[in-house]
Design a protein around this ligand. Structure first.
Ligand SMILES: O=P(O)(O)OC[C@H]1O[C@H](O)[C@H](O)[C@@H](O)[C@@H]1O
Length: 379
């Protein structure tokens, strides 16, 4: 669907925007009417989160809307629920001039990047929980006194908490994750006796499950997630960075422990994960070669010393194509896929056997990618 829109928009741009009809603002305003999307959203937050508990615990919350659309929403949330919430940056700035640059020098509103989130990390000692949202507020950055939480860690903590604190959620409700998110989630879901629903990258794959109530939580390593209301009915069918931020405050209010403290407990119980994602420049021919990776291209039977359990080109949760490949062993995995949003390809890898093992996994992952490029004549 988005591809059709993208191609059409690019065509219009190439044609010099002649198809774009322009009206003076005064004329355009006659054709629309104002609608308040903020108030109903804010009022209904208590159907998904324990706002009372957050208020009662007096959690000190800092929020940086990062120049974007959530500013007014956060202002109303603070007022409506009487929270101890400070908005640290009230500037709305579509040029993003206030942003710290990402690791490659680009401005990228990536809530999972410590580089892009540097200003948010500066808040760690002022608040119990600091929350950053990207400008359309579908992603979340969570800072505790321990620093910026890795999104994978936060997803695992949210799942661990929610499925134990939502008594009305059905026992057969699964846990949704994209298959490039951490396997810590698999371990947490397993310990909770919950079915894991592993889908390709893209939040759209959670929509049906959230609507039908067959998954309670759907999350992505790129710091996007949503979950159901307390009564098990659907909330949003897209990622919601605001509820994920408030959930960090609820977790602290209800358990007395920050999400990062909870993550340390999970590590003690399930093992420590070393995880990385490498984004490397790729042209369209290379991206195509990666999208067409097949299990046969991996001839090895072992990955970094462990027998390969699965070579996946389709996601186990819904049998949809990954648009790349995932190779899995007992304690590690890697996945390679072209980005759908940038001219890069991504290698994701994780090991529960330490950093050195992860490096080993990565070397073998790069070999698979290079072999695919060579086979397609695009190295
Ligand atoms: O990895 P890419 O294809 O560049 O996409 C980057 C991100 O874009 C969207 O936000 C999707 O919902 C995410 O699933 C994805 O991680």
């Amino acid at each position: 669907m988005t591809k059709v829109v993208q191609e059409r928009a690019n065509q219009i741009l190439r044609d010099g925007l002649i198809e774009v009809k322009r009206w003076p603002l005064s004329q355009a305003l006659n054709t629309v009417q104002e609608f308040d999307f903020v108030t109903p959203y804010v009022q209904q937050l208590s159907s998904i989160l324990d706002m009372e508990a957050i208020k009662a615990a007096g959690v000190r919350i800092g929020v940086d809307p990062l120049g974007g659309a959530s500013l007014e929403v956060w202002q109303q949330i603070a007022q409506h629920y009487g929270l101890n919430l400070t908005i640290v940056n009230e500037r709305i700035d579509p040029s993003f001039a206030f942003m710290t640059v990402d690791k490659d020098g680009k401005i990228r509103m990536d809530c999972s990047s410590p580089y892009a989130m540097a200003s948010l990390i500066g808040l760690k000692d002022r608040f119990d929980v600091a929350i950053g949202n990207d400008p359309d507020a579908d992603r979340h950055g969570i800072v505790t006194p321990d620093g910026l939480m890795n999104p994978n860690h936060y997803l695992a903590v949210c799942i661990f908490y929610l499925y134990q604190h939502r008594p009305q959620w059905r026992p057969d409700m699964g846990v949704g994750k994209t298959l490039v998110s951490s396997s810590m989630i698999d371990r947490v879901a397993g310990s909770l006796g919950r079915r894991l629903v592993e889908v390709p990258v893209g939040f759209k794959y959670f929509v049906d499950g959230l609507l039908a109530g067959t998954i309670g939580f759907g999350g992505e390593e790129s710091a996007g997630a949503s979950f159901l209301r307390k009564d098990g009915s659907a909330w949003s069918t897209d990622k919601d960075g605001i509820i994920l931020g408030l959930l960090a405050a609820e977790i602290l209010a209800k358990t007395g422990k920050s999400p990062s403290q909870h993550y340390r407990d999970l590590e003690a119980r399930f093992g420590a994960s070393a995880y990385t994602r490498i984004d490397a420049e790729a042209n369209s021919a290379q991206k195509k070669a990666l999208a067409n990776l097949s299990p046969e291209m991996v001839t090895a039977t072992e990955l970094a010393g462990e027998p390969i359990r699965a070579k996946l080109t389709r996601a186990p949760g819904n049998n949809e194509p990954i648009g790349g490949l995932k190779v899995v062993t007992e304690n590690a995995w890697f996945a390679a896929r072209p980005s759908g949003t940038e001219d890069v390809y991504k290698i994701y890898a994780e090991s529960f056997k330490g950093q050195a093992h992860l490096e080993h996994v990565l070397i073998e992952a790069r070999e698979v990618v290079n072999a695919a490029f060579r086979a397609a004549g695009v190295l």
